[in-house]
Design a protein around this ligand. Structure first.
Ligand SMILES: Cc1ncc(COP(=O)(O)O)c(C=O)c1O
Length: 416
């Protein structure tokens, strides 16, 4: 829902800084419109929402997670969770991300409502009010909302250079600029399987990134927040890059926004974690206290039942193996869509960043609003963003990929 421009009134009780003028998230609004038209009998292709649907458009779930829920005694799940989250959950998520790394010994974690909660905690604890987090130019829109609700802002740097690689030089300049303007930085990187581009940082990207972070961390307080919401949909070990930070962690704070929403297909459970790495034990304790305090002052306690069930899935060897197998099947389903999509885009002269997997991809587009509107006329829904169209392959069955790409070609190549 987008409201008409607000009139000024001296008697308004809502404070001026919260006059945002738009209630619903635009992606959810587009999704609602697609569903409305589908309910009227139209054969709509709805590539808007970031949830993984199977080929029959049913929400994909992991049976092992449902089994884990069944194992939790009702009265345990119904009780309050500890404020920072149950210790076995915190140990399990730290191990999930840092299990292969020496950084594990220098980490702490708190439970959060999804990755969103972890992002909100990091914004509130590593930036002063009025300051801006720094993120690449293609980013998940709610970063703006999370920052603005907390009285902070978002600043960006160009994500890609002329060769289509991660633009480390632009990041370097942006960090220098933030050093000048606010004397500290919170850098948010969403990889692997970035939303909205599908891009994952590769070895060459890390090679150029690490010295830039190192230099910045020696000049100002720097926190690097890795948003790993889609990590489990990457090929191979999703956290093999974590040790890239080993030479840096004496000089910066490393934070992970971990989420069960996508990795365990538990979007509604709101289970996530904010994991922090600090090599100085005193600093680590201070960070842990600040994060725990942040939990108490916002949502207080997490969803105990969800936290206990996800802990089972992470720690019980049989359930954990089953979850991995089930997730691999979902990843394979997604991969067939990604392969078909990238092949068809090549023949249709549609350009997108390197895309090997993940829920989303963006297709370059000079007039995204016009193109998305033209596509909606054809019954195909995608999300217009700056300079591109975001396509949710996660919610697009293989059988619709051809129609999706045809509509994209008509939209993108249509005269403005
Ligand atoms: C890039 C990114 N980060 C974080 C999240 C947080 O998701 P949740 O709060 O459901 O864990 C999402 C969800 O769509 C996302 O796309």
């Amino acid at each position: 829902m987008v409201l008409a421009p607000v009139k000024s009134t001296p008697l308004r009780r809502l404070i001026p800084s919260r006059l945002t003028g738009g209630g619903d998230d635009p992606i959810f609004a587009l999704n609602a419109e697609a569903n409305r038209r589908r309910a009227l009998g139209e054969a709509v292709v709805n590539s808007t929402l970031g949830v993984l649907l199977d080929e029959e458009l049913r929400l994909s779930t992991l049976p092992s997670v449902l089994e884990a829920y069944r194992r939790i005694p009702a009265e345990r799940g119904a009780g309050y969770a500890p404020i920072a989250g149950p210790r076995p959950f915190l140990d399990a998520v730290r191990k999930d991300v840092l299990g292969q790394s020496t950084l594990l010994a220098h980490s702490c974690a708190v439970a959060t409502p999804g990755g969103t909660g972890a992002l909100a905690l990091a914004v509130a604890n590593f930036l002063e009010v009025g300051q801006a987090l720094l993120t690449p130019s293609f980013y998940w829109g709610p970063y703006d909302t999370i920052a603005s609700v907390a009285g902070r802002r978002v600043e960006t740097f160009a994500m890609f250079d002329a060769q289509g690689r991660f633009h480390t030089a632009a990041l370097q300049a942006a960090l220098a600029q933030q050093q000048e303007s606010q004397g500290r930085a919170l850098l948010v990187l969403n990889t692997p399987c970035n939303n909205p581009t599908g891009y994952s940082l590769d070895d060459a990207d890390w090679e150029s990134l690490v010295p830039v972070l190192q230099a910045a961390a020696q000049r100002m307080p720097l926190c690097v927040l890795m948003d790993v919401a889609y990590a489990r949909y990457a090929e191979g070990n999703p956290f093999q890059w974590v040790d890239r930070f080993a030479p840096l962690v004496d000089d910066l704070t490393l934070v992970f926004a971990w989420s069960a929403s996508k990795s365990f297909a538990q979007y509604g459970a709101r289970v996530g974690a904010c994991i922090a790495v600090e090599t100085d034990p005193r600093e680590l304790l201070l960070v842990e206290c600040a994060l725990t305090n942040g939990c108490r002052g916002t949502w207080s306690n997490g969803n105990h039942l969800g936290l206990l069930a996800v802990t089972e899935c992470l720690t019980d060897p049989i359930l954990s193996a089953a979850a991995q197998k089930e997730r691999a099947a979902l990843r394979a389903m997604l991969t067939t869509r990604v392969e078909a999509f990238t092949r068809l885009c090549r023949s249709a002269s549609l350009r997108h960043p390197r895309y090997e997997g993940g829920f989303f991809v963006t297709v370059e587009c000079a007039h995204p609003e016009v193109a998305a509107a033209r596509m909606r006329e054809l019954g195909v829904f995608v999300v217009p963003i700056q300079g591109a169209l975001r396509v949710a392959l996660c919610s697009t069955p293989l059988s619709s990929v051809g129609r999706l790409v045809e509509a994209l070609a008509k939209g993108v190549h249509a005269p403005a």
